[in-house]
Design a protein around this ligand. Structure first.
Ligand code: ZN
Length: 471
């Protein structure tokens, strides 16, 4: 049944921009402070208080617009969007409307092996509302610390065709925004939120009635909320009903969507130009700031220049900080592939999703360790052991090896001496080997490893032994 329908999804995304102060006043916008401690007459909406635009918010919004290839308006305007809600004491939100900051961008990404391109209709700067808390005993409490935090609104065209694709798009957009360092995009802190418009239709038919899904605040909620809505709308149509245009909320616990309020028409907001702000005339310097290398370009370069496998390059470029760690690490190393695997498996494995900036071993420290492997001073196994000890003790690779003493295999000369020693000490095993029982090489390797305290490379030991035994 579902296969007969085409799913049409558009997203409206809000990103809190990572500025020192709010969009129109000098209040700090630091997260997690006591309620109502970062407020002033402007963000409390006192009559007569005058907004002053935050330049840093504009700079960050413009970076995002450029990274998405959007057409940026050199002059844009702020509007009042009028509506009443307790978290909005002015009775209007300052936002952009016509003549928005930027329009007609796009994000390209890969989904299920296909190149996809989702167009961005417009990007606006606007202010965040206060945060309301509903208590169990029926009160609503308001925290105005959030009021006036700069938001970048990103509205896509309805170019998405499935809940899973919407999730991939959202993931890629978040990655891009994090690369630009304009927002940490921590979804648990509400830095990044999505609303979705979704409708279904039979192919070739006109667009179906769309439903707005609000507050899809995690990747999982976005995908599951949309999935539920696809099913609900199809079942409704199949049973002869019709979809009503409305706003619905996804209840993550129950896994269902519920109606919220009937959709206001755009004209209900009575948009009009904000008389307390001048038009935003962009200084050309905002358009000239160099963009960082973006995720796709970085991934391609890692594959091309370092010969990495695409899946490894993908892991190393998911976060800009990981890519930077890797590139700092490989300065002076020759085995790039090995370094890539150390970062992708050991370092990221240890971090379990934490940012690499929290990793206690800096690239120079890990490089020292990997240099020891490359120059065959220690074996790979020994390096893994030293790595764990570096994490446990905070000591450097050199310090740990120094303390443990005699674990460094200086050269094949030293190993050769030990091999010769073992051969002298085990005439009967040597005899057996030479009569064809080549399996006895195992115990011989074992003895060499024991004398080197396990720090020799077993492959090297084996070839040295074989050379002697077959001489
Ligand atoms: Zn303020």
């Amino acid at each position: 049944m579902a296969a007969d329908y085409e799913v049409i999804i558009g997203l409206e995304i809000h990103v809190e921009l990572d500025t020192q102060t709010k969009l129109f006043c000098g209040c700090s916008r630091e997260y997690g402070r006591d309620p109502n401690t970062q407020i002033c007459p402007v963000c409390l909406g006192y009559p007569g208080a005058l907004p002053v635009l935050n330049q840093e918010a504009v700079r960050k919004a413009v970076l995002a617009a450029r990274a998405l290839g959007a057409r940026i308006h050199r002059r844009s305007y702020f509007y009042r969007k009028n509506y009443f809600y307790p978290d909005l004491p002015k009775g209007y939100q300052i936002t952009q409307y016509t003549y928005s900051l930027a329009e007609e961008g796009a994000l390209e990404f890969e989904f299920e092996g296909q190149k996809r391109r989702v167009r961005i209709e417009r990007m606006n700067l606007e202010e965040e509302a206060a945060k309301s808390f509903h208590t169990d005993d029926g009160y609503t409490l308001l925290d105005f610390n959030r009021s006036g935090i700069p938001l970048l609104e990103i509205v896509t065209y309805p170019d998405l065709r499935s809940p899973a694709e919407a999730r991939t798009f959202f993931t890629r957009l978040r990655q891009l925004l994090r690369y630009l360092r304009i927002s940490p995009c921590d979804m648990e802190k509400g830095h990044l939120r999505a609303d979705a418009n979704i409708s279904v239709r039979k192919p070739g038919e006109p667009l179906g009635t769309k439903v707005e899904l609000k507050n899809l605040n995690s990747f999982k909620a976005l995908e599951e909320g949309l999935r539920y809505e696809v099913q609900r709308q199809i079942q409704l149509l199949e049973s002869g009903g019709r979809v009503v245009q409305e706003t619905r909320l996804f209840d993550e616990d129950e896994g269902v969507t519920r109606p919220m309020r009937t959709k206001e028409e755009a004209h209900d907001y009575r948009y009009f130009p904000e008389p307390d702000l001048l038009p935003l005339d962009l200084d050309p310097k905002f358009l000239e700031e160099p963009l960082p290398e973006l995720p796709d370009a970085k991934r391609e370069r890692f594959i091309r220049d370092y010969g990495l496998r695409p899946d490894v390059a993908e892991v190393l470029t998911l976060e800009r900080e990981t890519a930077e760690y890797f590139e700092a690490l490989i300065q002076g190393l020759t085995d790039i592939e090995q370094a890539a695997h150390w970062v992708a498996n050991r370092v990221l494995g240890h971090l379990k999703g934490q940012a690499i900036t929290a990793f206690p071993i800096r690239p120079e420290g890990l490089r020292e360790l990997l240099r020891l492997v490359e120059t065959r001073k220690i074996t790979l196994n020994k390096a893994k052991d030293v790595f764990e000890k570096m994490l446990d003790t905070g000591k450097s690779a050199a310090e740990i090896i120094e303390e443990e003493g005699a674990t460094v295999i200086a050269s094949e000369d030293v190993l050769q001496t030990i091999v010769d020693e073992v051969i002298r000490e085990n005439p009967e095993l040597v005899e057996k080997y030479r009569k064809g029982k080549t399996g006895v090489i195992g115990p011989l390797i074992g003895q060499v490893m024991k004398k080197t305290k396990g720090s020799a490379d077993p492959q090297v030991v084996r070839s040295l032994l074989v050379a002697r035994l077959e001489a």
